[in-house]
Each structure stands twice: as C-alpha cells, then as structure tokens.
Design a protein around this ligand. Structure first.
Ligand SMILES: Nc1nc2c(ncn2[C@@H]2O[C@H](COP(=O)(O)OP(=O)(O)OP(=O)(O)O)[C@@H](O)[C@H]2O)c(=O)[nH]1
Length: 552
C-alpha cells in the first residue's frame, strides 16, 4: 500500500469518523431535546392559561361576594320575600345597579327570591324568570354559556340572612377572555391550538370556544366521554399530563398538554400536530446530514491534499534515488516543501556529490591501474619475447612472426626470405678473449643488425651466436645483396679495445618461401644453407637450392 493512500485513509478516518459520530449524537440529542422542549413549552403555556382562567374565576367570585355582602340588599330582599313590598324590591334594584357601576366586564346582576323567582336584574330579564338551582349543587357555582353570540360566565350563589336562605344572586360576566385565549396561538407554530371544554350534562366534553377547524363548535361540538385517548377527555377526567401520539377531535395525531379546572369542571388542552414537530426535526436533521456530507467531502479533499503534500516529495525523492542507483549522479532539485524533506534532500545531495566524487576517483584509479597493468603486460610480453643479452627478439617471438608472415606471404603471394647467420669460430673468441668479450661481440653485432634492417623486417637472436632475419616482401636476390653488405660491415666491426681489439666474421644461410613450404621447412632450408656456408669456408652467404644443398 502506498504512503499517500495510507495517509488519505488515516486522515478520513481520524477527521470524519469522530465528527460523524458527534453529529449523529447531536442529531438524536437534538430530536429528543426538541420533543422535550415542545412538551415543556406546551406544559408551561397550558399552566399559564389555567392560572389565567382561575384568576378570572376569582374575580367572578369576588364580584359575587361583593353583592352577597350587601346587608341592606338582603334585608330588602327578605322584606320582598315576606310582604312583596315593591319598595323593598326597588331598593334591591337600586343596590345592584350601584354595585354594577364599580364592576368591569360585568354583563348583569340578577337577584332571585327564596323560591328562585327573579326579583330584579340590571339587564333586561323576563318577569317571572325562574332560576333552577339543584338541591345538591355546591355554591357558588360558576359556568360558561353562550347568549346572543356572547360568551358569558355565570356565577350563582345563595343570599343568606341570619343563616337562612333568602334568595339567590346571579352575576354574569363577559367571558371574551376565552376567545382571546384560543385565538392567541403565540408559540404554537402553525398547527397549534387551544381547546376549552366544559362537561355536558351527558358527561361528554362540550367545547365552549371556537375550534381552529370548526369555528362554529362552541356549545355545539362534543367529544364522547368514552373516547378516553382524546386529550380533552383526559383533561375532563382530571388528568394533567403530556400526551404523545394522541388523536385530537379532527383525528390528527398530536402532542398535547391537558389541564383540569376543578372548580369549573373544565378541561383545557393545548396541542400541536406531530407532523409539524417532525417536519421541524427533519429540517434540523437535513441540516445535520448536509453538514455530514460537507464534512466528509472536506475530509476527503483535505486528506488528499495533506497526503499529497507529505508523500509527493518522498515519491519524487524515491524516483530520484532510483536514478542515482542506476548511476545517474544528478543533484536533486531544491524543493520548498516541509523541513524534514528539505533536510533529507540536502543530505541526499551531499551523499550524491560524495558518491560522484568517489566514483570519479574510482574510475580514474581504475583507468590508472588498467594502464599500469597494460604497461606491465606490455613489458612482460616484451620481456618474454626479448633476449636479455642483446635486447633483440627471442626465438619464441620469431616463431610467432614467422607463422604470421608465412601466412601473409601465401595469402598475398608475396615473397618472403628467411636468413640465419652464425658468428664464425665463436668458441675461439670466448676461449681467446673471455666470455664477457664474447658477450660484447654478440651485442655489437646485434646492435649493428638492428640499425640496418627495415622496420618491417624481424631480427631475432636464434641461438647462442646465431641470429635470424625475416625479410617480408623480399626476393632472394635482394636479400643476398643486402646480406653481403652486412657481412662486410661485420668484418669491420671493432670488438674489444686497445691491444685486445679484434673482429669477427659471420656465415649466412638464405631460404626463400616456396609454395609448399611451412615455417619449419623454411627454417630447415635456411639452416641447411647456413651449414653449406660454414662448409664452404665461412664468412660467406649461401642460398638454399634443392640441387646444391637439398640433396647434400
Ligand atoms: N660469450 C658467449 N658465448 C656463447 C654464448 N652462447 C654460445 N656461446 C658460445 O659459442 C660457441 C659456439 O661454438 P661452436 O658451436 O662450436 O661453433 P664455433 O666455434 O662458432 O664454430 P663454427 O660455428 O663452426 O664456426 C660455444 O663455445 C658457446 O659457448 C653467449 O651467449 N655468450
């Protein structure tokens, strides 16, 4: 696996996984938090509404108490009960009218006698109107009703004089606060709604305010007491709770907070449709999911960027190292990347220059050594083919050259002549003048021979006092003339010094290469010719002839 791939993977895992996990946690946390917030908000709103209604209730009670506490009115009512005294009734009427002036939101005050028949009222009320008070009714009783499209809150209480019931008072207040309450949907989103219901005689919940989806519901629409999973039923059962997945009156699933107003026997519900909550949560989820995708994309891009930033210089360096390994000692270009790679590059370049220098030194040394070896080889070759006394080529060299020249001569059909010359009576020289002088004689003769032959000729010391001269491209006759001159020259060569000065002569045997000759036959022929020269008295030249010598 390549470094860049490891880095990309590591970066993605290290950066995105914790972030994704956090977002997932945030997602679920946000959803439950949102639901809880919604529930808490509904609960708080319903509680405030309940308190608000209870404060109105207290006001109604206060108003009733204000009336019932009027002693003069109760005395006058008692007189009316006893004697049907019109004056007394007028007195009652006046007192309640006076009381009405100080009361706000008041619709009417009505006074009934001990039989429940209307005595007087501040508003128009039919004469003889009778109030129906059940025996077991706990008083004061307060209830809501709709009259002439107006919501009224009715409070009824007994009027007592000396612990005896002398009549009843009925106070009616405008209950528009209920409509204000249900119309105020602040904080309830789009689907939020208030429901207010009082208990119908049948026990069902009877809505007392318009509904969002049924504006004509007040005092008409009911919810059966049997439907206990419906929030308003639960409210009337006195259960103050948060309900989830609860169907409302329209059949929608809602989150609801239920409240019960025990004194009024009212149910109060505030609710919001679950779909709305889900939609809001889904919006949050969508934002989180989009964030996750953006984070992953960014993590991938950053991972790729970072891994390239880290691995590219290393990959370039690695490929450059490969070049160096193949012997291309080029300096790595200076890179403006991270410090470690810069340091590595610097050390690498330093290493390359050292290696280059070493290599150059090594090459120079190898070349030097090779040259020395070649020189030594040459010297050795020379030594192995030279005669140490005279410095002339030796017999071995001659035999190689002879082989080459015989081949060449046959190939090109050119003449080739071999000469063997031998110092005459050399034993005598040694015996007379000493071996050293004999050596000197051999050197002088060699030196002279070397000085007169052509560059293409091959001169070699063939034996003790014997020399060979190989004359390529030379006819026998030419050779004879040339050798005759040499023979005479040798005669005049001075050997030794002073009184010990003397000269020597040489005998020459010549053989020319014939078609059927080999190196050895040619040599043999030259040798036979030399023998002939020696036989003929020495200091002379003899050419090999089959007739003259071959037969001998
Ligand atoms: N000083 C010296 N003498 C040598 C050398 N090589 C051979 N000789 C001597 O050369 C002499 C050759 O003698 P012989 O072969 O008898 O022939 P010669 O005396 O030259 O007589 P002919 O060849 O018949 O004229 C011997 O005494 C060898 O010792 C050498 O390198 N130095």
């Amino acid at each position: 696996m390549r470094l860049k791939h490891v880095l990309i993977l590591a970066f993605i895992l290290l950066s995105s996984v914790p972030m994704l996990l956090s977002l997932q946690y945030l997602n679920s946390f946000t959803a439950s938090q949102y639901e809880r917030q919604t529930e808490e908000q509904l609960s708080a709103l319903s509680l405030i509404a309940k308190k608000r209604i209870e404060s109105v209730l207290d006001r109604v009670k206060d108003n009733i108490a204000l009336i019932t506490s009027r002693t003069q009115m109760r005395i006058s009512l008692d007189q009316w009960n006893n004697a049907r005294d019109v004056k007394a009734r007028n007195k009652v009427h006046k007192i309640i009218n006076d009381a009405k002036v100080g009361l706000t939101k008041l619709h009417s005050i009505s006074i009934y006698d001990n039989k429940g028949v209307l005595v007087t009222a501040t508003a128009d009320t039919p004469n003889g109107h009778q109030i129906n008070i059940p025996v077991d009714k706990i008083l004061p009783s307060i209830k809501l009703l709709k009259r002439n499209d107006q919501l009224l809150m009715l409070g009824i209480d007994r009027l007592l004089l000396n612990n005896k019931v002398i009549g009843y008072v009925k106070v009616a207040l405008f209950a528009d606060f209920i409509v204000e309450l249900v119309n105020d949907r602040t904080g309830l989103g789009v689907t939020g709604e208030w429901l207010v219901a009082q208990r119908h005689d049948s026990g069902d919940a009877l809505f007392v305010a318009p509904l969002k989806y049924d504006h004509d519901a007040a005092f008409k629409r009911r919810v059966s007491k049997e439907k206990i999973d419906i929030p308003i039923t639960q409210a009337l059962l006195g259960n103050e709770r948060i309900m989830r997945h609860a169907p409302d009156y329209a059949g929608n699933l809602v989150i609801a907070s239920t409240r019960y107003l025990s004194e009024l026997d009212w149910g109060l519900v505030v609710k919001i449709e679950e779909d709305e909550v889900s939609q809001l949560m889904n919006k949050t989820k969508t934002v989180i999911y989009v964030s996750e995708v953006i984070i992953i994309i960014m993590a991938v891009l950053m991972g790729v960027g970072v891994s390239f930033y880290i691995s590219n210089p290393l990959e370039k360096l690695a490929s450059h190292t490969n070049k160096v390994a193949q012997g291309q000692f080029e300096q790595y270009p200076r890179s403006q990347t991270w410090k470690e790679v810069r340091d590595l590059t610097e050390h690498f370049n330093y290493m390359i220059s050292s290696m280059k220098e070493l290599n150059e030194n090594l090459n120079a040394k190898v070349a030097e050594r090779t040259k020395e070896l070649a020189d030594l080889n040459l010297q050795l070759t020379e030594l192995s083919t030279r005669d140490p006394l005279t410095g002339l080529h030796n017999r071995r060299f001659l035999s190689e050259k002879l082989s080459e020249e015989v081949s060449r001569a046959k190939r090109y059909s050119s003449p080739l002549t071999l000469v063997i010359l031998d110092v005459d009576h050399f034993k005598q020289v040694n015996d007379t003048w000493g071996h050293d002088v004999g050596d000197q004689a051999l050197k002088i003769i060699s030196s002279h021979l070397s000085s007169v032959i052509r560059e293409s000729d091959v001169l070699a010391r063939y034996g003790g006092e014997e020399f060979c001269i190989l004359l390529p491209a030379t006819e026998e006759e030419q050779a004879r003339k040339f050798l005759d001159r040499i023979r005479m020259d040798i005669e005049y060569l001075k050997i030794g010094s002073g009184e010990k000065c003397f000269s020597v002569t040489c005998s020459f045997g010549i053989a020319k290469l014939d078609d059927d000759d080999t190196e050895s036959s040619l040599t043999k022929k030259a040798d036979l010719a030399l023998y002939q020269a020696k036989s003929d008295g020495r200091n002379c030249i003899r050419c090999y002839s089959i007739d003259d010598i071959g037969g001998a």
